[in-house]
Design a protein around this ligand. Structure first.
Ligand code: HEC
Ligand code: HEC
Ligand code: HEC
Ligand code: HEC
Ligand code: HEC
Length: 170
């Protein structure tokens, strides 16, 4: 039974993905993402050398790196520890207003049929920059590499990591 089912399942899986390959790829990293606040990685991670994982604290531990909660910004900007920020500090320190979170727009996404987690990469010592480029030089995050299957596989081959279809695909 399995002798028939496995090839059929595989063919369906590959067929489905191939159709996707020729359709638009809505998950391709975007070059033109606008953010609600002009947050600059160059100023924070570059000039002021704030470690990536101070803000993206979940990268090491879980699937997503996440973006920092506004509380993290307030830690530095709330009491005017850092000057020159009136327009953005005001709502953070105005206790008359209900608390809010900043809605950042995503730059990187992957399709649902790919499993990606940051954790094994960070534990294996892969630098953020190998995938995201020199973020610490960017005023606005822009993808440097197109994150496609070839990109994943060429590094996996070099580093002796998995090439098994079902480790990356559901
Ligand atoms: C560890 C401290 C720290 C944290 C956390 C932090 N900042 Fe900053 N931020 C700074 C410093 C230092 C500057 C540079 C200020 C200067 O040069 O006058 C700055 C500058 C800025 C500026 C002005 C940039 C410009 O064009 O001059 C904005 C906007 C800003 N931060 C937003 C944020 C937001 C949003 C967050 C949370 C996601 C955040 N910051 C978290 C330290 C921090
Ligand atoms: C002071 C906090 C802070 C530090 C330090 C920081 N980031 Fe960020 N990061 C943010 C915020 C806020 C966003 C969401 C806004 C944006 O995309 O610019 C973000 C977004 C990103 C994104 C885009 C996520 C997406 O898909 O939308 C990447 C990639 C990223 N950061 C990587 C890094 C790397 C690599 C470093 C270290 C070199 C770093 N960050 C340091 C706060 C920080
Ligand atoms: C092996 C490549 C790779 C490395 C290394 C890597 N990332 Fe990512 N990152 C990705 C991919 C791919 C996505 C899109 C994930 C998705 O859509 O599920 C992403 C998404 C993100 C996001 C968007 C929010 C989220 O969690 O999905 C942030 C922020 C981010 N990365 C920050 C970092 C930081 C900070 C580091 C270093 C500590 C890092 N990344 C290392 C590939 C990488
Ligand atoms: C720059 C190098 C590099 C890139 C790019 C990269 N990886 Fe990896 N990946 C690694 C390394 C190194 C490991 C850890 C191998 C180990 O621990 O044995 C790993 C591990 C993994 C694992 C865990 C494997 C397991 O056996 O549990 C998955 C899943 C994975 N990567 C998926 C991806 C996906 C999906 C992409 C593309 C979005 C990607 N990787 C891009 C280097 C990379
Ligand atoms: C290291 C992780 C990884 C492995 C291993 C992997 N893939 Fe993928 N694959 C991806 C990512 C990421 C995408 C989606 C990004 C893209 O290419 O658009 C993808 C997309 C695809 C697509 C859609 C076409 C395309 O390129 O967009 C097909 C078909 C596919 N994979 C088949 C396979 C088969 C068959 C295997 C086993 C031989 C395999 N993949 C192994 C990461 C992986």
């Amino acid at each position: 039974m399995n002798r028939i089912l496995i090839p059929v399942a595989l063919a369906t899986f590959v067929g489905g993905l191939t159709v996707l390959a020729f359709s638009q790829r809505p998950w391709a990293p975007r070059q033109d993402v606008e953010q609600p606040i002009p947050f600059s990685h160059r100023i924070h991670a570059g000039v002021n050398k704030i470690p990536c994982q101070y803000c993206h604290e979940y990268a090491r531990r879980s699937q997503t790196s996440g973006v920092p909660p506004v509380q993290r910004c307030v830690g530095c900007h709330g009491d005017a520890l850092v000057g020159g920020l009136q327009p953005v500090t005001r709502p953070w320190t105005d206790h008359a207003q209900p608390p809010f979170e900043i809605r950042w727009n995503r730059v990187y996404t992957l399709p649902d049929f790919v499993k990606f987690t940051h954790q094994p990469h960070i534990w294996a010592g892969v630098a953020c920059q190998e995938c995201h480029g020199p973020v610490e030089t960017m005023d606005r995050v822009e993808p440097v590499h197109e994150i496609n299957m070839g990109f994943c596989l060429s590094c996996h081959e070099k580093r002796g990591a998995t090439q098994d279809c079902f480790v990356c695909h559901h």
